[in-house]
Design a protein around this ligand. Structure first.
Ligand code: SAM
Length: 212
């Protein structure tokens, strides 16, 4: 994403009512942010927010939180919310490594990982969002019947994710190596920015849904 030169993004984020500025304050109390008891789902590495905004629009009875590490990217999602405000969607700017400081045990109903960074070097494997280190974090914050849904066009990352899922004792509910030609798994699919780009180039899209 070539957004590095967007000036003032940190200032905009610091003042945005769509961004939860001190997320650790709400650990165990996220329903107060939304002022209801609806379930909460999160996307980690939400990018510019296209997927999550559409998901939140289609599901007003669910609360959504988008987590994004980079201000310049998050800024784009904030700008979209200024045009089309959604009361069931909020953002956090943080590194997902800190996720257990922000959410309580079982507080999250579902986690979406879409086109996560591949971190191709072996020594960076633990930074990959479907790694066993991250699965251990998700294990803490997900409800007992919670699910993780992961999509990517990167075959090596998907194969890695399957090894990690098995090693960490998670089970596969559904899986495809060609989402856009899998009628059942494609039902209700919402395209992310990266999904539009890479499926447009003819790349197959891989997806799993896992639980424990
Ligand atoms: N999900 C979007 C999509 O499918 O279009 C964006 C995909 S982009 C390749 C990956 C995004 O994840 C980037 O915006 C990156 O900054 C973010 N990201 C990567 N690692 C992260 C982490 N540890 N915590 C929060 N965000 C992260």
């Amino acid at each position: 994403m070539r957004l590095r030169n967007v000036t003032g993004s940190r200032e905009v984020i610091a003042e945005s009512r769509f961004v939860v500025q001190e997320p650790t304050m709400y650990k165990g109390r996220w329903n107060e942010v939304f002022d209801n008891e609806n379930p909460i789902q999160i996307e980690i590495g939400m990018g510019k927010g296209q997927f999550l905004m559409e998901l939140a629009t289609r599901n007003p009875e669910i609360n959504f939180i988008g987590i994004e590490k980079y201000s310049t990217v998050l800024l784009r999602a904030i700008q979209k919310m200024e045009v089309q405000e959604l009361t069931n969607l909020r953002f956090i700017r943080m590194d997902a490594e800190e996720i257990c400081a922000v959410f309580n045990c079982g507080e999250i109903a579902k986690i979406y990982l879409n086109f996560s960074d591949p971190w191709p070097k072996d020594r960076h494997a633990k930074r990959r969002l479907p790694s066993r280190q991250f699965l251990a974090r998700y294990n803490q914050i997900l409800a007992a019947d919670g699910r993780i849904a992961f999509k990517t066009d990167n075959a090596a990352l998907f194969d890695f994710a399957l090894v990690e899922q098995e090693a960490a004792g998670w089970k596969i509910e559904a899986m495809t190596r060609d989402l856009h030609h899998d009628k059942k798994m494609l039902a209700g699919n919402i395209m992310t920015e990266y999904e539009e780009k890479f499926s447009g180039l003819g790349n197959p899209i891989y997806k799993y849904i896992i639980y424990r």
